[in-house]
Design a protein around this ligand. Structure first.
Ligand SMILES: C[S@@+](CC[C@H](N)C(=O)[O-])C[C@H]1O[C@@H](n2cnc3c(N)ncnc32)[C@H](O)[C@@H]1O
Length: 405
């Protein structure tokens, strides 16, 4: 029961305060963190956000308050996914309501959930765009955005099954061979990749992670770094938490300047570099939109891993679309353009500008790069690629490597 109460509080943080799902769960601590069922429930509610919203709108005449909706969504998830008999699932939610000080809505929640158990589980929208919003778990405005950008491919892209996998890579000083040996010796389930391995349970190598011999790094992130070919130095303009800066500094043995807009995020880079025992990283707090004269034409490689919608990682981060607006999305694209127009000034002749995002929308990627290249004849596009989600552990990334003439 305590875990369910904590699940309610975590969901309140997510829905009412805009917290990220992983942070909201971590904040609650045990038993939620260790209870697989309740932990899954928090994710499950968020993963069914648009379906449950639709069903609530069909079952209840007047939209309930946000806190009541959270209890209803928890109940719907238990009724859909748990092995509890329906009456027990409804009782669990009623008890949770009392424990979180919402005893006054118990009768209402009970009645709606009982109705849901009888007639709500098969309710789906008939209107095609709304149905796609429910199936893809995206707000309607984003569904329309995908349709506008991808045309007939949108539906396939949005409904393709994605199995989320955790990818780890070894420190370069440790190496893939040693990583595979350690995984085999521990009878861990793993699948080799060109950068490391997909791993069933990261707990199997918690000591290696702690000692900086291995690290969790998505396949797509490692793939972006691999687009660089022996740079002499690197400026990473949007670097926190430091995954790519550290990888590149280690792989090529070069000096990296790693910047981020926020001090608290710059701290993450320092901590990460220390854990991975990588010394050649100079961390600085810097707004990438503001030009620094002393960096002009100074780098053989500039990485702009831009702030983005994150939509390519929706399968592992279902919360990224909650509380997001169309206006915020447009603002992100504007920021990406501003950052790119500054980043390109720091590349020296013959050097490389590597633009990357974890989004699969052309407006943040190929379209934006095309527009940039039209305005900057001194750059040529050498390579661009969207990660195939199959190879990328359910995630899709984008990069474009451009060379300055
Ligand atoms: C996609 S993340 C970078 C991930 C990082 N490259 C890595 O691999 O670990 C984007 C980062 O850009 C930072 N950021 C956002 N706006 C920025 C700006 N105007 N200037 C510099 N950094 C910015 C964010 O704080 C965030 O840490």
């Amino acid at each position: 029961m305590k875990a369910l109460v904590q699940a309610y509080h975590a969901l309140s943080d997510i829905y009412l305060k805009g917290s990220w799902i992983s942070e909201a769960i971590k904040k609650q601590g045990a038993p939620l963190l260790e209870s697989k069922g309740s932990y899954r429930l928090v994710y499950g509610v968020v993963e069914h956000e648009y379906l449950y919203e639709y069903r609530i709108s069909r079952l209840v005449e007047k939209s309930p308050k946000a806190a009541v909706k959270i209890l209803l969504k928890m109940g719907m998830y238990l009724l859909d996914e748990s092995t509890l008999p329906d009456y027990a699932a409804v009782n669990e939610i009623a008890d949770t309501a009392k424990k979180v000080g919402k005893g006054g809505v118990c009768a209402f929640v009970n009645a709606v959930l009982r109705r849901y158990a009888k007639e709500g589980k098969t309710l789906y929208p008939t209107e095609p765009d709304l149905l796609l919003s429910v199936r893809a778990n995206l707000p309607l405005w984003l569904v329309k955005r995908y349709q506008k950008e991808l045309g007939a491919d949108a539906e396939k892209r949005l409904t393709a099954p994605r199995s989320v996998k955790t990818h780890v890579r070894p420190a370069f000083s440790f190496g893939k061979k040693a990583l595979y040996k350690a995984l085999s010796e521990r009878n861990a389930t793993f699948e080799k990749t060109e950068y490391g391995a997909y791993i069933g349970e990261v707990g199997a190598i918690s000591d290696l992670l702690k000692e900086g011999k291995a690290t969790v790094m998505s396949w797509g992130s490692a793939d972006i770094c691999s687009a660089l070919d022996n740079p002499e130095n690197l400026l990473d303009l949007c670097a926190a938490p430091g995954g790519k800066s550290v990888y590149i500094a280690e792989k090529f043995g070069i000096k990296v300047i790693a910047c981020d807009l926020y001090e608290h995020r710059a701290t993450l880079i320092r901590a990460y570099a220390e854990r991975m025992k990588v010394k050649d990283i100079q961390v600085c707090v810097q707004d990438g939109r503001v030009l620094r004269e002393e960096w002009m034409d100074a780098f053989s490689a500039v990485l702009l891993d831009a702030p983005c919608s994150g939509l390519g990682s929706l399968a592992s981060n279902p919360d990224i679309v909650l509380n997001r607006t169309e206006k915020a999305f447009a603002d992100i694209i504007n920021t990406q353009k501003q950052l790119l127009s500054v980043a390109c000034r720091y590349v020296k002749k013959g050097g490389v500008l590597l633009y990357a995002t974890c989004s699969d929308l052309p407006s943040e990627n190929a379209d934006l790069v095309r527009e940039f290249l039209q305005a900057h004849a001194e750059f040529t596009l050498e390579k661009q690629r969207y990660t195939d989600p199959e190879a990328g552990g359910g995630e899709s990334y984008y990069y474009a490597r451009m060379r300055k003439q």
